[in-house]
Design a binder for this molecule. Structure first.
Ligand SMILES: Nc1ncnc2c1ncn2[C@@H]1O[C@H](COP(=O)(O)OP(=O)(O)O)[C@@H](O)[C@H]1O
Ligand SMILES: [Mg+2]
Length: 382
């Protein structure tokens, strides 16, 4: 492929990393289009940092190549790659003021007149008034913006960000997500952002690669990954999914599945698993796609909707929505999110209910997988 066709894309080909007999990253192929905001998303230990470090040249790949704009850079040392990294620990120089921190890369290259570029960078990250402060006089979010400015002043073709917002509290993290997105749009260079936070990845990135156990499990635009997960891991790790096990009764334009004593439907083209009559299938539906009716109102539910009867075992009022947990023959803890528009006072724990949803909002997965893969446990969250 010529350089013209690849532009400045980052391309990983068969890249892997083993430590002794442990495969931290299994051979993977990945193309990150030039100018995109790309996220590597996965739980702690899945190989995100190792992948990023191989792109930066900070880690030697066991197999495979890294290329940028069609040029193989696998053998180049980090300082010869047109790539900069921003880490979670901002790694600012405590004794230098903000402008000198930002100027660092230019000074190192022997550039003397740095003021114009430094001012531009501080403007870009909206820290123009802070030039003479020391890092410890800034908040965490401001320090992280200095780290971004310090990396961008070197005009890298690719900026690598390794959990850059991990040390910030939730509200500041949200602000910084939008801020980083704005900066990326403004400078137009490729950002590869590593995070274990699925909301962060979905908010910021054009494309998300979901990693699991040293592999990319699925790659796509956030909405596509969310609506069309291909594995139970992606279905559970990205948001919440209700997964219902059933047996295929028939498969035509719709697949009909027997589950929990009833029948449920899904469009054939939303099923990624092979279907055989009598074979097992996992049906998935997102909590916000389900409506909840009190059992007394069951006869007013429109025909053609998927239905599951059950009993509310828990409800939490979240403000914009109420989240219900429903026990049913189809699943022990089905999750339903209802927007708080007109709340039905009868929908409290103990109430008999009918869950109903449009069959088009159902996806089908291979039942041979672990139904709980990617479910966050209390231990993971710590
Ligand atoms: N230098 C090393 N020696 C041995 N194992 C390592 C080393 N660096 C990372 N690992 C292991 O490789 C796996 C992936 O690590 P890492 O890429 O840091 O994951 P992540 O960034 O997704 O949390 C982890 O199981 C980690 O313990
Ligand atoms: Mg990491």
């Amino acid at each position: 492929m010529t350089q013209q066709q690849t532009g400045g894309d980052v391309r990983l080909t068969g890249i892997s990393k083993t430590y002794g007999s442990f495969a931290a990253v299994k051979p993977l192929d990945l193309t990150v289009p030039q100018g995109s905001f790309f996220a590597l998303l996965g739980a702690s230990g899945c190989g995100k940092t190792t992948t990023l470090r191989m792109i930066a040249g900070l880690e030697e790949a066991t197999t495979g190549t890294v290329s940028l704009g069609g040029q193989d850079i696998t053998g180049l040392p980090p300082y010869k790659r047109p790539v900069n990294t921003v880490f979670q620990s901002y790694a600012l120089f405590p004794h230098l003021d903000i402008s000198e921190n930002v100027a660092f890369g230019l000074r190192r290259r022997g550039i003397r007149s740095v003021k114009k570029q430094v001012d531009e960078m501080l403007e870009l990250v909206q820290l123009g008034d802070f030039a003479k402060r020391k890092p410890h006089q800034l908040s965490g979010g401001q320090q992280q913006r200095v780290a971004v400015a310090r990396a961008l002043i070197n005009h890298p073709q690719v900026l690598l960000l390794d959990e850059p917002l991990g040390a910030l509290d939730l509200k500041l993290r949200r602000q910084m997500q939008l801020e980083l997105k704005r900066i990326q749009t403004e400078v137009g260079i490729t950002f590869i952002h590593v995070t274990h936070d699925q909301e962060e990845a979905m908010t910021m990135a054009d494309t998300v690669a979901v990693m699991n156990g040293g592999r990319v499990e699925q790659l796509g635009a956030p909405a596509d990954l969310y609506e069309n997960p291909r594995t139970t891991f992606v279905a559970n790790f990205l948001g919440t999914s209700n997964l219902i096990e059933g047996e295929v009764v028939s498969a035509d334009t719709d697949i009909v599945v027997a589950a929990g004593g009833g029948k449920l439907r899904l469009p054939t083209d939303r099923c990624t698993a092979p279907t055989v009559n009598g074979g097992k299938l996992l049906l998935g539906v997102r909590p916000e796609k389900i409506s909840l009716a009190h059992a007394d109102d069951a006869d007013v539910i429109a025909d053609g909707r998927n239905r599951v009867t059950g009993r509310i075992v828990d409800s939490s009022f979240i403000g914009v929505s109420t989240q219900y947990v429903v026990e049913s023959p189809a699943g022990k803890a089905l999750q339903v999110y209802e927007q708080n528009i007109e709340r039905d006072a009868r929908l409290t724990p103990g109430a008999e209910v009918v869950l109903h949803w449009n069959p088009a909002h159902t996806f089908g997965l291979d039942a041979a997988q672990d139904i709980d893969a990617g479910v966050e446990t209390v231990e993971d969250a710590a």
